[in-house]
Design a protein around this ligand. Structure first.
Ligand code: GLN
Ligand code: ZN
Length: 775
């Protein structure tokens, strides 16, 4: 039985990759220096894995930006607009292919050129984002980049024989999108053209003496149609033709194979990797369907979460597989690449962020590698006496967690037991609430204006927070400064003429972390970065125990802001689903359960805000859609509890208190009935970039409540004119009832500067006034 890893975090223990790549972008270091630093990083990753006892270490899992973009480079899927730039004869300031690669990733503006970046989207249901390949009908492919070969040699030269990682041809095409194509063209039509390039790559790897290639086809875990199934069969038949020595490990993750098991079990490959964390029950069915020549790799360590693995439990599945298949046909590894978890728990030494007791239950990438080795020795009865102690300690940590008072809070449990349907319901229907809210809130009946919550977070504001955190300024000093910022913002909003004001969120670093810091059951890391896209990382909070809200969180700031003005000030909270989605979650209870606990904590805050005199409360759910499961059949269940959680958080208020929600996108077509079931009095979202077209779902559904379609794009510093916002509002008023419409930007203004924010909002208010007049 061998242990292997599917992928190691690339960012480096001190976010080294971010540093060198950004230096290169700024022109502070040249290509040679970048290569040197990156090479040192890769060598460190390979040797770390080898030293942890991993039998088969991956290569080509590293990337300067993104592995899908790497694959596009590998097969020569470079869109014309980038090709063209580097064909310019006398232009020697850019080097090929590295600058082509970065231009594809992030666009290129240098005064002379203005080339947009390629699109970026979420990697399945993770918070990693990949670059979406573009495919035209006349697309040609050729093996363009030598990265996969070079990395293999590079690792070999430092004594690590690796297993190159390669995204499979079918998934690669499916990850992309058609460009400049007629409706009847599908990117899978390009498979015949793509396969020869894959054949070349594999035969070259074979000639280099590579034993295994990890060929990833995550779409085998998704709902796929018959054409896609045929494409899989065709692809792997073709790739088997000239392959004698080289073995393919067909790799799936994030979901079970389910109805694709027949297909996957019969593809012409030598190994199959399955995710036993997301889909533990698939083991027997997979074994039943597996060709006897095929090895099975069991993903038994969670690649996406940060808890220690119950090794005894994992060992049972492994032993079961070994009994059925023989130990020479079984491999063990993490469920998916460790890209999705932080690098090394040892770095976490700040107990105020992460209590020692909680840390004891956790494992980051390096610890997970140790778990794999330990697991192998345990299953093969070869634990050294030292390892035996480690194993015992490990299992003790897990059972302690099960009993810990830090995790289990009886009053939260009792409250969860006593949830009933009445807690999910406003007193009356929206139609009745509307009149009460109009009177109570006293904003214009037509086209009232508001913002999404945050206002420019200048470096000054960020410095107050860090000074306060470091103890350089006192609590009084800090709070006084935030109040000063609020005063100023209230004045500015009054001058601009906005109707429903906000306090500006100056006290928040991040919309999830801020609430986590004030709720019980959350811990934080200091170095627990996970790549989000390119050089960007996130540091998700850790939900380890029952969640509750010991004290009010935002009431202080919202009521202060309200005391400074006669206009209504909107309270501002993050919704339960978003807090869940952007945190590492518990593995000892369902996501549903955890979300409902968070919802109860928010419910308490909502109630307190109302009691403090706040008349409108916004509960942001930007991550509502991204929580959707990968398989359609599981959507209904998720939407059911996710909507219930929002209702649990929000419906505690009186009819006259207005509940808002905000989502940063507007693809609602397939979930519109559930959006309606949220029963928020007002929903704001993005639509300006699509010229209001995305309102269609609401129109078709006959959505009854109020809507604030964003009238300007806050992602750019551009100041939109009154006229263009009027045009957008007219479009919206053409299809929806004018009395349903609010006027607001697309999203929060946190990342904008004041210079563009004030004139943009002034124009927005002027646009709203013009609309009122013309009704
Ligand atoms: N209220 C938050 C803000 O204005 C919303 C952020 C978001 O939608 N992601 O920043
Ligand atoms: Zn937003």
């Amino acid at each position: 039985m061998i242990t292997h890893n599917l992928g190691y975090p690339r960012i480096g223990i001190n976010r080294d990759l971010k540093k060198v790549v950004e230096q290169y972008w700024k022109g502070e270091i040249d290509k040679t220096k970048l290569d040197e630093s990156v090479s040192a990083l890769k060598v460190m990753h390979w040797t770390t894995q080898k030293n942890a006892g991993i039998d088969m270490v991956p290569s080509n899992d590293f990337s300067l930006y993104d592995q899908v973009l790497d694959t596009a480079m590998l097969v020569g899927a470079v869109p014309e607009r980038y090709e063209q730039l580097f064909r310019e004869e006398d232009d020697k300031i850019y080097s090929y292919p590295i600058d082509t690669y970065f231009a594809m990733a992030r666009g290129l503006q240098d005064g002379e050129h203005d080339i947009a970046a390629m699109e970026m989207t979420k990697w399945f249901n993770t918070n990693y984002h990949y670059i979406v390949p573009e495919f035209t009908p006349d697309q040609e492919f050729q093996c363009l980049s030598s990265k996969i070969f070079d990395e293999y040699e590079e690792a070999k030269s430092v004594g690590v024989v690796t297993k190159p990682v390669l995204i499979g041809p079918v998934s690669f095409l499916l990850l992309g999108k058609e460009k400049d194509a007629p409706d009847d063209f599908h990117r899978l039509d390009l498979l015949d053209k793509l396969l020869p390039v894959y054949e070349d790559i594999l035969s070259k790897l074979q000639n280099m003496g590579v034993e295994w290639v990890q060929i990833e086809e995550p779409f085998l875990g998704l709902d796929i149609d018959d054409d896609t199934k045929i494409a899989f069969q065709k692809a792997y038949q073709k790739l088997a033709e000239d392959r004698s020595e080289l073995k393919l490990l067909l790799t799936t993750y994030f979901e079970g194979l389910e109805d694709n098991i027949e297909l996957a079990g019969n593809l012409a490959v030598e190994g199959l990797h399955i995710d036993l964390i997301e889909a533990p029950n698939q083991l027997d069915t997979v074994i039943d369907h597996l060709d006897e020549k095929v090895s099975l790799s069991l993903g038994v360590i969670n690649g996406r979460n940060i808890w220690k693995t119950d090794l005894e439990k994992a060992a049972k599945s492994i032993q079961h597989a070994v009994e059925q298949l023989g130990s020479d046909k079984v491999m063990i590894g993490p469920s998916c690449s460790l890209l999705h978890c932080p690098v090394d728990l040892e770095q976490e030494t700040d107990e105020t962020a992460l209590p020692a007791e909680v840390k004891r239950w956790m494992a980051f990438a390096n610890q997970k590698l140790d778990e794999l080795s330990l697991l192998k020795s345990y299953v093969s009865n070869s634990l050294s006496s030292e390892d035996e102690k480690l194993f015992e300690q490990h299992q003790n940590d897990i059972s302690d967690k099960g009993k810990s008072e830090l995790v289990h809070n009886s009053s939260v449990q009792e409250r969860m037991q006593s949830l009933d349907h009445k807690m999910l319901q406003r007193d009356h229907l929206y139609s009745e609430r509307k009149t009460q809210q109009e009177e109570h809130l006293n904003v214009p009946k037509l086209f009232p204006t508001t913002t999404i919550g945050s206002f420019p977070q200048t470096s000054e504001v960020r410095k107050w927070r860090s000074d306060y955190r470091k103890g350089n300024i006192s609590k009084e000093e800090y709070e006084g400064r935030i109040e000063g910022a609020i005063d100023e913002l209230i004045g500015r909003q009054e001058e601009i003429g906005l109707d429903l004001l906000v306090h500006g969120e100056f006290e928040r670093n991040d919309m999830v972390e801020y609430f986590g810091e004030h709720f019980a059951g959350f811990a934080f890391t200091r170095h627990g970065w996970v790549q989000s896209y390119g050089t960007r990382g996130v540091k998700p909070p850790v939900i380890y125990g029952d969640v509750h809200r010991p004290d009010p969180v935002t009431v202080r700031w919202s009521s202060y802001a309200q005391s400074q003005t006669d206009k209504p000030v909107k309270g501002m909270l993050t919704g339960p689903v978003t807090i869940l989605q952007w945190s590492f979650v518990r593995d000892d209870q369902s996501r549903e359960e955890t979300t409902k606990q968070i919802a109860l904590a928010i419910r308490d805050e909502v109630k307190d805000l109302e009691e403090a005199g706040i008349q409108a409360i916004q509960i942001d759910e930007p991550a509502f859609r991204e929580g959707l499961p990968l398989r359609r059949k599981n959507w209904e269940h998720y939407l059911e509890w996710a909507v219930d959680a929002f209702r649990l958080a929000s419906t505690v208020v009186k009819d006259r208190t207005q509940i808002h929600t905000h989502m940063c996108y507007s693809e609602f077509n397939d979930i519109i009935e559930h959006i309606a079931r949220l029963d928020a009095d007002v929903i704001s979202m993005e639509t300006s970039r699509s010229q209001m077209e995305l309102l269609e779902a609401f129109v078709e559904f006959d959505y009854p409540n109020e809507i604030g379609p964003g009238v300007y794009d806050i992602h750019s510093p551009r100041v939109p004119s009154k006229e263009e916002m009027v045009t957008l509002l007219r479009k919206a008023a053409d299809v929806l009832d004018a009395s349903q419409l609010w006027v607001n930007p697309d999203c929060g203004l946190k990342t904008r500067g004041w210079e563009e924010t004030v004139p943009s909002l002034e124009n927005m208010v002027a646009a709203a006034k013009q609309m009122r007049k013309s009704q």
